[in-house]
Design a protein around this ligand. Sequence first.
Ligand SMILES: [Fe+2]
Length: 318
Amino acid sequence: MSLTPPTVTDNRTTLVEGPAAGLLRQTSTSHIGLRVPDVPAAAAFYERVLGLVRHAELADGGARLGWGGGHHVVDLLPGDPGLDHIAFEVRDPGGLTGVEKRLRSAGLTVSALDESYLDSLDDTAGSAHGLVCTDPDGNTVQFHGPVRRPGEHAADTARRPVKYQHVTLSTADLVAMTDFYVGVVGFRISDQLADGGFAWLRSDSDHHTLAVVRTGRGGGLDHYSYDLAEWADFKSWCDRLTDDGVDVVWGPGRHGPGNNLFLFFDDPAGNHVELSAEMEKFHDDRVDYRPRLWEPVPRSVNLWGGQLANWRHTSEGS
Ligand SMILES: [Fe+2]
């Protein structure tokens, strides 16, 4: 798929928004599926450290966790560590139908989402169903209609995140991935690194609900992120993680793209988990944004001194 060739001049790559860019404006990250070698250990970690609770036992020995009410957040599935699937909740009127139509027009295979994923279907928000497809890296991507989420935003945010907010995918072909998510699915580009090594994509008013980063590892998960309410929570979380024997592996810091505060730690399977707050809001109904090009230097992704994540080996680290 090559819908929108980037503009390349003097080692600067400007990604181009494809024809569908901006068709999704009320779409958020929904849930994530992770394959882990030890489901009980991972589930115990997510319960103890992140305040998630068991919503269901899955047939294959997996565990489904959420905030205790409404739609689930994480599926932990037995297997070698890796990303099983990502999912987005499409609240745009007609949005799900549009996504399906564009995927099929692009010649991509689309199938119906297993009803078990629609565990909190919001009947009041109109008919909802779900579809599954595969992105250019082979990641399984689900899109579904509105679901209820009463468990979100009910946290003591010093002890439990507010909600699951974004996912960042590793890729060897960032142009193909942005072609798919922007040119077909309907996200927009908020920011990118000027060398074309990182792009932050939005599908609602948050600066990014999805990001893609070029790495030497190829496709899969780079990290995923939960929202905290405010800066003061970061101190409490750093102290709590320390008491729990969980190392903070990156941050606290502030990203340039998105302007969000961040800290990172790893789950027992080695997945990088971010806690974030203060993400920049975009108001596409009132102003016309142009994707910004950030210099590919460490201080772009970490304004406070430029220290990089120890697993990240993109050009901003060289
Ligand atoms: Fe992030």
